[in-house]
Design a protein around this ligand. Structure first.
Ligand code: MN
Length: 392
């Protein structure tokens, strides 16, 4: 039986004119409480009034139910004919508002290009004569199954020597290969590269650990920019990228291919430990946890910004952590601070090692900070963050 992979959670929009056929298929493939059916909504509101008004009420109820389910991140199947773009547009908008993928499941022969233009991110054709098995695929950030314990490590930026010292402090065995203490997993908050002296050694170490499931890493904005450079996209070799590019040029094509695959596979963020721990380079507000669209990726890479730049030409950042009231501990980096910064249930681990600060780690669930000082200052911060710099 053919297997149909489906992202979970997602908004699944059934498209087809035959009510009985569509509803039977939905009931055969999904739990009853995952299906929002227009027929049910119509029954609930159609006790009086004229038919057209009742129809509008039924659609409003359906949209409301879908919105509430997507807000909490539940996979939702919408069972209605959805024959015109106008029928489908409100659902595409809801999926976008809640940062989940809208998927069109079409009975008969769909027009994938037209549906893609409407905003559907995946279009699947269903043939009722041909049974299929649905396979639900968790979104890449979802590693709720991993419960740690973890050693979360702030922005490394090519500071390989300090990384080794930190790992030693954390009890890692440093031999031909680096091994964590039994049961522990390293989690890098991103920005492995740029500005520092040994980005390729950092990459080799983290890729090696990741290949043995001994480390996880989320994408940082610097990692992402290096990826785009390696993909041949036009990027400016600024903010320390030139150093990484020069270091990579001295490596073999095979190594560069591994780096390209590794950086290309980095996820925006991770949700770990049954949802109790979230890791994102720039931080992540609660409504985006576990979701994975462009807005989630932008927030994860750059944090919350106003879109404006300040007098130094740096993006104006918003203090999302001050407004964070989620239950999950959010561990992030990106903005150098003199000391790990705890704010509500978040902690910034970027203590600016490459700028002469420290490389910091958080042991989880112990909530214990372990840090090593930078061996030297490899780059000048554009915005001073160390007390000694502020004193002039
Ligand atoms: Mn950084």
């Amino acid at each position: 039986m053919p297997i149909l992979p489906l992202p979970d959670p997602a908004l699944l929009v059934l498209i087809g004119p035959h009510d009985a056929q569509r509803s039977a298929w939905a009931k055969a493939h999904f739990a009853a409480d995952e299906i929002v059916a227009l027929a049910d909504c119509r029954r609930l509101v159609a006790d009086e009034g004229e038919a057209a008004a009742a129809g509008r009420e039924a659609v409003a109820l359906l949209d409301d139910l879908v919105a509430r389910r997507l807000a909490v991140g539940s996979l939702t199947v919408v069972d209605a004919p959805h024959l015109t773009p106008g029928d489908r547009q409100p659902l595409v908008a809801l999926a976008k508002r809640y940062h989940l993928l809208p998927v069109a499941l079409v009975f008969g022969a769909p027009d994938p290009a037209a549906l893609a233009r409407e905003g559907f991110r995946r279009v699947l054709a269903l043939d009722t004569a041909q049974p299929v098995t649905l396979r639900r695929e968790p979104l890449p950030p979802n590693r709720r199954d991993l419960s740690g314990p973890f050693d979360l490590i702030g922005d490394v930026h090519g500071c390989f020597d300090e990384l080794l010292l930190l790992l030693e402090q954390l009890g890692y065995h440093l031999g031909e290969r680096v091994t964590p203490p039994p049961g522990r997993t390293a989690v890098f908050v991103g920005d492995l590269v740029d500005r520092g002296p040994r980005a390729t050694a950092v990459l080799a170490l983290v890729m090696g650990l990741a290949a043995e499931s001994a480390a996880l890493c989320v994408a940082g904005n610097h990692d992402n920019k290096l990826l785009r450079q390696m993909q041949g996209r036009h990027v400016h070799l600024t903010h320390g990228l030139a150093e990484s590019v020069a270091q990579l040029a001295r490596e073999t094509p095979e190594f560069r291919a591994r780096v390209l695959a590794f950086l290309g596979g980095l996820t925006s963020h991770y949700v770990l430990d049954s949802g109790r721990l979230v890791v994102a380079h720039g931080g992540l507000k609660e409504s985006l946890h576990g979701r994975d669209d462009l807005a989630v990726r932008e927030f994860s890479l750059y944090g919350a910004t106003t879109g404006a730049t300040d007098a130094l030409g740096l993006p104006v950042r918003l203090n999302w952590a001050a407004d964070y009231h989620g239950a999950a501990l959010v561990v992030y980096g990106h903005t150098p601070v003199a000391e790990p910064l705890w704010q509500n249930n978040t902690v910034n681990l970027d203590t600016g090692c490459v700028f002469g600060g420290r490389l910091s780690a958080l042991r989880y669930p112990e909530r214990q900070i372990v840090a090593v000082p930078a061996l030297r200052r490899y780059a000048e911060p554009r915005r001073p963050f160390l007390p000694s710099d502020s004193q002039g």
